[in-house]
Design a protein around this ligand. Structure first.
Ligand code: KMH
Ligand code: ZN
Length: 281
């Protein structure tokens, strides 16, 4: 069991509108401020979705590169870009995000219903993301929305080799309407299917945040929290900001006697060197 807890903050996501959630960080300044606050409270990784000048989700490399550079400048956090984007994003644009040369990037392991939408991740896209990340020295975080996605991970590693850095880290994204439920039983069912030597984090969407977080800590796992996944702190109480969610996760990790890892410890766990290749201009 890993002694400390890796806390990832996913501050923005692609699903919520700024007009509906005024506290959502969408500008470069807001994202940087949130990233700084969350690092101070115990986050070591930031999972980024980027917004344009109208606060709409975008994969435009101009916007993406600007946020990556600004967060790197202001924090020591591991910068993990989403290659999932929004459900409407085309595959080529999702792949092109890797041109921004983040430290890490998410890699979703299968297609899943996403509320009324479909989050499409066919095998060829999975392989392309995996092999491009290997070639570019970007560390993947494998996103698992359902148990079958772990069978896909096993097949991927078997056919295409380990990720850059050699360490496999998966995030169980639980409670998406269409994916596996955010329950202790579902999390426990995933554990025997993780590759040997892999670490895992878990994310409980919406009201599954707390049960998933508590189960993950008990099982030796790591945590992802943030306004991408959770907008209600307690019944009837909207989340104030990302820092509030990171503070709660860090507090629970300390109670579990697995205190938050700092960014340097996170890099060593994930196999990420301190200085990654600079983004291509
Ligand atoms: N926005 C979701 C459709 C990821 O970042 O890799 C997909 C997602 C996963 O958030
Ligand atoms: Zn995401």
């Amino acid at each position: 069991m890993t002694s400390g807890t890796l806390i990832t903050v996913a501050p923005t996501g692609a699903e919520s509108a700024k007009a509906d959630v005024p506290a959502l960080p969408v500008t470069v300044e807001e994202v940087v401020a949130t990233a700084r606050d969350c690092q101070a409270l115990g986050a070591a990784v930031v999972h980024l979705h980027v917004r344009d000048a109208q606060a709409r989700p975008t994969l435009d490399l101009g916007y993406v590169g600007e946020v990556v550079a600004a967060v790197r400048e202001a924090t020591d956090l591991v910068v993990q870009l989403s290659t999932g984007g929004a459900v409407t994003d085309p595959f080529d644009a999702r792949l092109a995000v890797l041109d921004a040369a983040p430290d890490a990037a998410s890699l979703s392991l299968g297609t899943v219903n996403f509320g009324r939408d479909v989050f499409s991740n066919p095998w060829d896209l999975i392989v392309e993301l995996h092999t491009q990340m290997q070639a570019r020295g970007i560390v993947p975080e494998y996103e698992v929305f359902d148990l079958g996605h772990l069978a896909t991970l096993e097949r991927l590693l078997d056919r295409h080799g380990p990720p850059h850095g050699g360490h496999v880290h998966a995030d169980l994204v639980m409670g998406v309407p269409g994916g596996m439920p955010g329950t202790a039983q579902a999390l426990a069912a995933c554990l025997p299917h993780l590759p040997q030597g892999a670490t895992f984090a878990a994310t409980g969407v919406g009201r599954t945040s707390l049960p998933v977080m508590l189960t993950a800590l008990a099982a030796g796992g790591h945590l992802r929290v943030g306004m991408e996944d959770t907008l209600t702190y307690a019944p009837g109480e909207p989340v104030r900001d990302n820092a509030q969610l990171v503070a709660r996760a860090a507090g629970l990790a300390r109670i579990a006697q697995r205190p938050p890892l700092g960014p340097a410890e996170a890099r060593s766990l994930l196999g990420i060197p301190r200085t990654s290749v600079e983004a291509t201009p």
